[in-house]
Ligand binder design. Structure first.
Ligand code: TMP
Length: 210
C-alpha cells in the first residue's frame, strides 16, 4: 500500500526546478509532512555513478543515443525501487527533480529515438510508479541557457553542450506532452517571479491533491 504523494518536476536547463523544489519542500515540512527530495539521473549510489557517466565522465564523449536512453532508465529503475517506492510506502511526499518525462522529451523528441522503444523502456524502469502530479516549468531555450551560463558552478556538462535547436526541441516536447495529459501535468511559466510560481504550485497541489 502506498499512501504517499509523488510529484515530479520537469523543464529544460535553467527552468528553475531546483529553486521550486527547495521552496516546496520547506513549505511542506513546515506543514508537518515528511518529504523526500531526490533527482534524476542519480538519487542512489548506483544512480549517482550513472549520472557522472552521463554528464561529466570523459568516457561519455562517444555515447550513442541508445546507450544514453538505457543509462537514464537504469538510474530510474534503481531510484524507483530503492528510494521512491519505499518512501511512498511510508506515506511521505516525494519530490523528484526529473522523471520519465525527461526521457520521453530529451531522448524521444530531441534525440529523435523511436517512440515505441522509449515508451517500453520507460515503463519497464518505472514499473507501475507514475507521478501523481508533474510540474513543468516552461522557459524559452535562450532564457534557460542564459541562466545556466551565469551559474557559479563549473564548465557545461555533456548535455549542456548541445546547440540551441536541441533545447528548442526539448521545450516544444514538454509543451506538447503537458498539453496532451492535462490531468497529470501542471504547466507553468518559468519566467515569472519565483514567488508567483511557488504560489501557483501550491494552488495546483490544493486543487489536484486534496
Ligand atoms: P540536471 O540534473 O542538471 O537537470 O541534468 C540532467 C541532464 O540529463 C539534463 O540535461 C536533462 C538530461 N536528462 C535526459 O536527457 N534524460 C533523462 O531521462 C533525464 C532524467 C535527464
Amino acid at each position: 500500500m502506498r499512501n504517499g504523494v509523488f510529484i515530479s518536476f520537469e523543464g529544460s536547463e535553467g527552468s528553475g526546478k531546483s529553486t521550486q523544489i527547495d521552496r516546496l519542500s520547506s513549505r511542506l515540512e513546515k506543514l508537518g509532512h515528511s518529504v523526500t527530495v531526490t533527482r534524476e539521473p542519480g538519487g542512489t549510489e548506483i544512480g549517482e555513478e550513472i549520472r557522472h557517466l552521463l554528464k561529466h565522465s570523459s568516457s561519455g564523449k562517444e555515447m550513442c543515443p541508445e546507450t544514453e536512453l538505457l543509462l537514464f532508465a537504469a538510474s530510474r529503475a534503481q531510484l524507483v525501487r530503492q528510494i521512491i517506492a519505499p518512501a511512498l510506502g511510508e506515506g511521505k511526499v516525494v519530490l523528484c527533480d526529473r522523471f520519465l518525462d525527461s526521457t520521453t522529451v530529451y531522448q524521444g523528441v530531441a534525440r529523435k529515438l523511436s517512440k515505441d522503444p522509449v515508451t517500453v523502456i520507460n515503463n519497464f524502469a518505472i514499473g507501475d510508479l507514475m507521478p501523481h502530479l508533474t510540474v513543468v516549468l516552461d522557459v524559452p531555450a535562450e532564457v534557460g541557457l542564459e541562466r545556466i551560463r551565469h551559474r557559479v558552478s563549473d564548465l557545461p556538462d555533456r548535455m549542456e553542450k548541445e546547440n540551441i535547436q536541441f533545447y528548442k526541441s526539448v521545450r516544444e516536447g514538454y509543451l506538447v506532452l503537458a498539453r496532451s495529459l492535462p490531468e497529470r501535468f501542471v504547466l507553468l511559466d518559468g519566467t515569472e517571479a519565483p514567488d508567483t510560481i511557488e504560489q501557483k504550485i501550491l494552488n495546483a497541489l490544493d486543487e489536484r491533491l486534496p
